[in-house]
Design a binder for this molecule. Sequence first.
Ligand SMILES: [Zn+2]
Length: 264
Amino acid sequence: MYHALWPAGLSPAEVDAHCRRDPQLADPGARRYALDAAVFDRQLEQLAHHAAPMAAQWDELARGRGAPRQAWITFDDGHASNHELALPLLRRRGLRAAFFITTDWIGAERFMTPAMLRALRDAGMLLGSHGCSHRYLSDLTTAELDRELRESKARLEELLGEEIPALALPGGRGDGRVRERARAAGYRYLFTSRVGLAPPEGDLLALPRVPIVNDQPEAFLSRLLAGETAELARMARGARRREFARRMLGNRIYDRLRGWVMRE
Ligand SMILES: [Zn+2]
């Protein structure tokens, strides 16, 4: 699970200046999820060598279960760097990724335009919904939830001229109600932020992911691809602690305290 990238070859001071100018990356909490394009490229090299390539169609998630060690590369939010930096690196290695788009942000400063989204699709990438507004779906009334699920899907379907059957939960926040309303809205694949690897017969409406953040050791992914899951298990324990804190405090108070709670 990737988000934004920043250009390769910048010094730490240049990265800081670059991120300060970017409305999406100015927030230090959001910046943790952004990655140096050179690090991303090295991770693609690892993925290309040690994992089966991602499928060309969403429905291969259902059909291709049991494909051993298949890696799905996903991006959330629809940041412009997905088109500017990630797409050329993916194409050079002949790899695919799935991009989950927050539809109210299409064309906003430093987010992808309709033309960029079509360019991703035309390059063989998969596009899915990440809601309309990025509000946490589990916080919404059922009417608001339905609107987020249906309008984001319809907007992308109109823009791309194809069915959008996949959703990634904004902020990873979801529950049984979100899952049921998503299914009713026509989604067949739901990507969460639960930390883990998807088992072959896993639930397609509760797909876990592995967050890639810029304070991870660079060898994290190569160790995971080599079958060492100790770090992943530690991350999953941390994520479960944060999930517990969120349930106890509610999303709003949790987000205010996030700076403390995030430290593990
Ligand atoms: Zn997001």
